[in-house]
Design a protein around this ligand. Structure first.
Ligand SMILES: *[C@@H]1O[C@H](CO)[C@@H](O)[C@H](O)[C@H]1NC(C)=O
Ligand SMILES: *[C@@H]1O[C@H](CO)[C@@H](O)[C@H](O)[C@H]1NC(C)=O
Ligand SMILES: *[C@@H]1O[C@H](CO)[C@@H](O)[C@H](O)[C@H]1NC(C)=O
Length: 846
């Protein structure tokens, strides 16, 4: 084969004419010593006060478990009530042309029957999932009454004398939606949320939470559960609310929301109103760090800082910042991406001068009347890499687009891609070049765009539909569905979905819906859960790993239409090596018609599954699922805010979790097979899967913004020497599932035979922005990776592919960041920065 650079076509690459000579434009980062030497030298240290950026594997004790709820026996319990044949009325409801937009006066979710339960705790059938702060807890919402206690009581409420503030009902035992009808709620002290809390307003008229003038405290809402470290604050939501701190002196240190949280959290559709150009107020801060994925669709007005970001990684999408000294401050972020944001009237729109940034990507964003769009530091290496693409700065006069260590290096708009950092480009040095500011061409596929920007979409609330356009899946007469974790709900869920496709929106109240065969989601479906309602697989249909069966199948190949899923969780009740949790085949009529928002996978680590209790031993005994997400060739989907988690620890206690789920996300979606359409992954994370986290196989026309991953903690030397990839899944199913076979590794090389983070084969037109791929353990031992010792050989592989554009590539403790055919080799040694290695631009044009 040819050497890697020879095959590449030269890209149009123009050194930015606007760049000033203060910064060295292009310098080879060739370091043959480093390349020849497989011993790793530590990265350039970032300034961070958080020792917390390491996994903390502590769960929440679940003391009130109902031992008789054993989903793994569900296959033999079957239905409590025999299904009755569908009635004429139900059949008549078919194909009614889609739910009818009615612009109702009241939000459907406020009115619908609330019969969600918490299946795995004692008396969980009477667990209050839905909590209306006015009608159930006496809040006034009248703009004058102090509603703090009423709302906090709604948050804290439990059963049998166990309240949520006691931290005794596990991560999964205490789901709660605290619902605020329209109104103005006065708070005199902070509200405290917990893991499992969703604080949600009426989106038709978002209620205001307003700080009283004598507010006692300096945070309006603690989103972070105080019992858990930031990195285990999962499953928390805040949406459809207005926050107001205008009663607090503008010079007082004050934060609207402490959002020191991690994956499977949702902060969306909120307005933050703070005194304009205050010197003390911050909209969102993360003082304790976290491992987040996604937040977005917010308006942040006033304050000194809109968002003070201190997190391992984050995607910030669709936020309008106005009237603050700084829009977003990256106090710390190894891997950040800002997309579709607007900035108006700031001294600095984005401040990343903290010296604690791996890379920042800014896409499809604009600034108006700002002094500086991005203030950064000139490191001359991988740290603080900066990528701007399709960015407008209508600043006028002296406005700068990039200031680096006080030097103006870029002004005006960036039409294409502007990069500062280490670059690997077709025709460039195979050992990379450092650029202090250079422009590249990124030929975005037109099917990924809307008005020139990458397509994005806010999570649907379905607020435009009245209650009569919804079906509560647990309230259909003649077709009982239980969601109780013990009844087999397969047949009746399928009946209801097929009956109401193209007609109604289906609401799944909180619970665990046990299924023994595939749930088929037909074209014309819209599904909404409640605080992550679970669909959980059990039984022999999911046992054959050579012929995997989807638990949830969305459409058939060739279908084109609507299929949207929000606020759901996909899991398994038993060790099911033939279970593919979610398979999407349908293509979207229009971008966003097929999509998932705030929906996640969880395998193990929680009550209600044998995986929680039976997987402390060899991973070979715990092939708990075949794979998590499969986007087949014919699919076209928009996926936003998704965590594909194979458990590394037990969220509901302390069981060991050595789980070998085969595959994370298999992405085969291709415009060549789906009628010329694109696919979008906006804020996703896949962790601890055995063969790979992301596999792009024959994929074409894909956008991904933020991909975060971690390797299984049990992989690598020191623990299960006999479980080296592709084991325990050997032989790998290269056909038809595109599995990697690890033939690149020596037979016993346990640091090579670890899960690929990103495995790309035979793919084209992939636009992958902001990847954070972290390795923390070898053989379940954190100390093996101390000081960022290289404890995994490979991270990303690109084979037989063309037009692969990767911007903001970050790895931790991986010796080789990128490998591929044609001799492609990008090492951490040559790209130190961030949490290990940082590459600003990795372009493979084949
Ligand atoms: C090259 O890499 C070695 C480590 O292998 C390091 O000690 C050395 O400082 C590097 N040289 C340069 C010029 O960066
Ligand atoms: C390789 O790196 C290690 C650790 O930095 C060092 O001890 C060793 O001398 C290096 N070997 C070469 C050939 O540079
Ligand atoms: C435990 O769960 C079983 C099965 O759902 C149920 O019948 C029983 O009432 C529950 N017990 C308690 C104390 O909640």
């Amino acid at each position: 084969m040819h050497l890697f650079p020879l095959l590449f076509l030269a890209l149009a690459e123009i050194v930015s004419a606007r760049s000033l000579p203060a910064v060295e434009q292009r310098r080879s980062i060739l370091n043959t010593t480093a390349l020849a030497n497989n011993s790793y030298y530590p990265p350039i240290p970032v300034n961070t006060n958080f020792a917390d950026f390491v996994p903390n594997m502590k769960g929440i004790p679940l003391i009130s478990i109902n031992e008789s709820v054993q989903p793994w026996n569900g296959a033999i319990k079957h239905v409590k009530t025999a299904p009755t044949p569908r009635t004429d009325a139900l059949l008549a409801a078919r194909s009614c042309g889609g739910p009818v937009v009615t612009n109702p006066g009241t939000f459907w979710y406020e009115q619908i029957t609330h019969n969600g339960i918490s299946p795995f705790i004692n008396d969980g059938a009477s667990w209050p999932v839905f909590r209306n702060v006015k009608t159930n807890y006496g809040a006034a919402g009248d703009g004058s009454t102090d509603d703090t206690d009423a709302i906090q009581n709604a948050i804290n409420a439990g059963i049998n004398g166990i309240t949520r503030d006691q931290n005794q009902l596990g991560t999964t035992g205490q789901p709660a939606v605290i619902y605020l009808p329209r109104g103005v709620y006065i708070l005199s002290k902070p509200l405290q949320l917990y893991v499992g809390t969703v604080l949600m307003g009426d989106p038709l008229s978002p209620p205001t939470l307003k700080a009283a003038s004598g507010f006692n405290g300096n945070v309006l809402i603690y989103g972070k559960d105080p019992h858990q470290d930031a990195t285990t604050n999962f499953y928390i939501g805040v949406k459809n609310l207005v926050f107001d701190s205008n009663n607090i002196n503008k010079d007082t240190q004050f934060t609207i929301i402490d959002w020191s949280v991690s994956q499977a959290t949702q902060l969306t559709n909120c307005v933050f109103n703070m005194p304009s150009f205050s010197s003390g107020h911050t909209g969102i801060s993360m003082p304790e760090g976290g491992s987040g994925t996604y937040l977005g669709d917010l308006q942040i007005n006033g304050g000194v800082v809109g968002i003070d970001m201190s997190n391992q990684q984050y995607m910030v999408k669709g936020v309008a910042f106005k009237f603050s000294t700084t829009g977003i401050k990256l106090s710390h972020c190894f891997d950040c991406i800002i997309q579709d944001c607007t900035f108006q009237d700031h001294s600095v729109a984005i401040d990343m001068t903290s010296n604690s940034v791996g890379s920042l990507v800014v896409l499809d964003s604009s600034a108006q009347d700002v002094g500086t769009f991005v203030a950064t530091v000139n490191t001359g290496n991988g740290a603080s890499s900066l990528i701007l693409e399709n960015v407008q700065n209508n600043g006028g006069g002296s406005a700068q687009t990039v200031m680096a260590s006080g030097n103006a290096i870029l002004a005006g708009n960036v039409a294409d891609t502007w990069v500062m950092g280490n670059t690997y480009t077709p025709g460039g040095s195979p050992l990379g070049s450092y650029v202090g500011g250079a422009t590249f061409t990124t030929p975005r596929s037109s099917n990924l765009l809307q008005n020139g920007n990458y397509f994005t979409m806010a999570p649907p609330t379905y607020q435009e539909y009245a209650l009569d356009q919804f079906i509560n899946i647990k309230s259909v007469s003649g077709l009982p569905v239980f969601g109780d974790g013990v009844t087999d709900d397969t047949a009746n869920i399928n009946s209801i979905l097929s009956t109401y496709a193209n007609c109604k929106i289906i609401f799944f109240p909180q619970g665990t819906y046990l299924v023994t065969n595939t749930i088929f989601v037909p074209a014309g479906s819209r599904i909404v859960g409640e605080a992550w309602s679970a669909i959980s697989a059990v039984g022999s249909n999911f046992w054959n790993p050579t012929s995997p069966v989807p638990m949830v199948q969305v459409g058939n190949a060739g279908d084109v239409g609507v299929a949207q899923i929000s606020d759901m969780l996909f899991t398994v009740a038993d060790v099911l090596q033939g279970c593919q949790l979610l398979e999407i085949n349908i293509a979207a009529s229009n971008p966003g018609d097929v999509g998932l928002w705030n929906s996640h996978f969880r395998v193990g680590g929680a009550a209600g599954s044998k995986v929680q209790t039976n997987c402390a031993g060899s991973p070979a005994d715990c092939k708990a699922a075949f794979g998590l997400l499969h986007l087949t060739a014919t699919s076209s989907a928009y996926i936003e805010d998704m965590w594909g988690w194979t458990a590394d620890h037990d969220l509901d206690g302390g069981n060991g979790q050595n789980i070998a789920v085969g595959r994370g996300a298999l992405i085969e979606s291709s415009s060549a097979s789906n009628g010329g359409r694109g696919t979008w992954l906006v804020g996703t994370a896949f962790e601890h899967n055995t063969l790979y986290q992301y596999n792009f196989h024959n994929a074409k026309d894909i956008y991904a913004g933020m991909q975060q991953s971690e390797t299984p903690y049990w992989q690598g030397p020191g623990f299960a020497e006999d479980v080296l990839d592709p084991a325990p899944w050997a032989p790998a199913l290269v056909t038809p599932y595109g599995d990697p076979d690890y033939s690149n590794c020596g037979g016993g090389d346990s640091q090579c035979r670890m899960a690929w983070f990103e495995y790309i084969t035979s793919s084209t037109n992939l636009f992958l922005y902001a990847t954070g791929f972290w390795t923390f353990f070898n053989g379940n031992d954190l100390s093996n990776c101390n000081n960022n010792a290289a404890c995994q050989t490979n991270a990303i592989d690109i084979q037989g592919s063309s037009a692969i554009y990767m911007y903001g590539v970050n790895t931790k403790s991986n010796l080789n960041m990128v490998t591929g055919d044609n001799g492609l080799l990008v090492t951490m040694n040559n790209n130190p920065g961030g949490w290990g290695g940082v590459v600003a631009a990795m372009l493979a044009e084949g």
